[in-house]
Design a protein around this ligand. Structure first.
Ligand code: BEZ
Length: 340
């Protein structure tokens, strides 16, 4: 009996053991340690959102997939992160649409001055079909999958010294995010746009390397740039989209179910991030007003003909601008600049 059971055992168990081993190997082979790069510092909303996405993916995949977030340019600047996405050396990233516009000028259309009047208008535009359809070409154009849009706050102008008129910007060195649409805007205003990564801004402002910066309210408040300034021109002159990206090579290695799971989770995070900016922009403004910094509210008329000149310059490079302006004019009729 014992022998028979032993024989039976030996006859039956190897296939089960082998099957289990195969299953284990398959599960482990399928498990991924994904790397997500971005340039914002650890406490920034984008970084928190990336971490939250990582946690959601780990949970939804029963711990098989983990995401390590590399903030603050640990994987390089945005151009370098994008290159690594293309080769598959980095799996995912949250990048400014500014960096995408350096490769695909159509994305420069998002930076048309006063395309939208405020952060709610920016959120609506980024959820429109016209904006979402721009992501569809990213795999063919630059080898990345665009999962969806996030965003930063609306752009403002912070000056070290007093500034009340657009003439006060003339000849002034103004820090900009390194990309062409914003450079053109400040050149049209007669300023001296100075491209500079986020990480260098505080020191440059503190030591007078620049006279002012183009920045959003969140960072003006959180990184205390306002302490180095005499005036903030509260202009809301541009929106600042971000794009959730996955390497097209890495994307192709997931099956359809996993792609759907990853896309759904990342989109969910990006959507929540957009909602958070819409809600929190006001509180950042309130905190800035409480700080006692001189704030001057300015509108598009402050910038005179530069807005139309910008459109004239960019409509050829980014024809989608006409469609975006039309869409924005439809949803915010009285505030938007009419399309060409
Ligand atoms: C900037 O370059 O100003 C910037 C970049 C990423 C997030 C927010 C601001």
């Amino acid at each position: 009996m014992y022998v028979r059971r032993g024989i039976d055992h030996r006859l039956k168990s190897p296939p089960i053991a082998v099957g289990l081993a195969f299953l284990l190997v398959a599960i482990l082979a399928d498990a991924r340690e994904l790397r997500l790069g971005l340039i914002t510092p650890p406490g920034h909303v984008w970084t928190q959102s990336a971490e939250s996405f990582g946690e959601a993916l780990k949970k939804a995949s029963d711990g098989r997939h983990t995401v390590t977030v590399f903030p603050a340019q640990q994987l390089g600047n945005e151009a370098q992160i994008l290159q690594q996405l293309q080769t598959g050396a980095v799996d995912m990233a949250f990048l400014t649409a500014a960096e995408i516009s350096n490769r695909i000028p159509e994305f420069g259309a998002f930076y048309a001055p006063y395309l939208v009047k405020d952060i709610s208008g920016a959120a609506t535009l980024l959820r429109s079909d016209v904006a979402l359809s721009m992501l569809e070409h990213l795999p063919q154009q630059i080898g990345v999958v665009g999962v969806g849009y996030g965003m930063g706050g609306m752009r403002q102008i912070l000056m070290r010294k007093q500034a009340t008129m657009v003439e006060d910007l003339r000849g002034r060195k103004l820090r900009i995010t390194p990309f062409a649409p914003i450079r053109d805007f400040y050149q049209l205003l007669g300023a001296a746009p100075t491209p500079m990564p986020l990480a260098s801004v505080y020191d440059a402002l503190a030591n007078g390397q620049v006279d002012g910066i183009d920045m959003d309210l969140e960072l003006i408040v959180k990184l205390q740039y306002y302490e180095l300034s005499e005036t903030v021109l509260l202009s809301n002159h541009m929106m600042f989209p971000m794009v959730g990206l996955i390497s097209a090579r890495v994307w192709a290695s997931f099956d359809a179910d996993e792609q759907a799971m990853i896309r759904g989770l990342m989109r969910g995070e990006l959507d929540a991030l957009v909602d958070a900016y819409v809600t929190e922009e006001r509180s950042f403004e309130a905190r800035l007003r409480e700080s006692g910094t001189r704030i001057i509210d300015v509108e598009k008329s402050f910038f005179g003909s530069a807005i139309q000149q910008w459109d004239d310059l960019w409509i050829g490079r980014a024809p989608v601008l006409a469609e975006l302006r039309k869409y924005a004019a439809r949803v915010e009729p009285e505030e938007s600049v009419e399309s060409q």
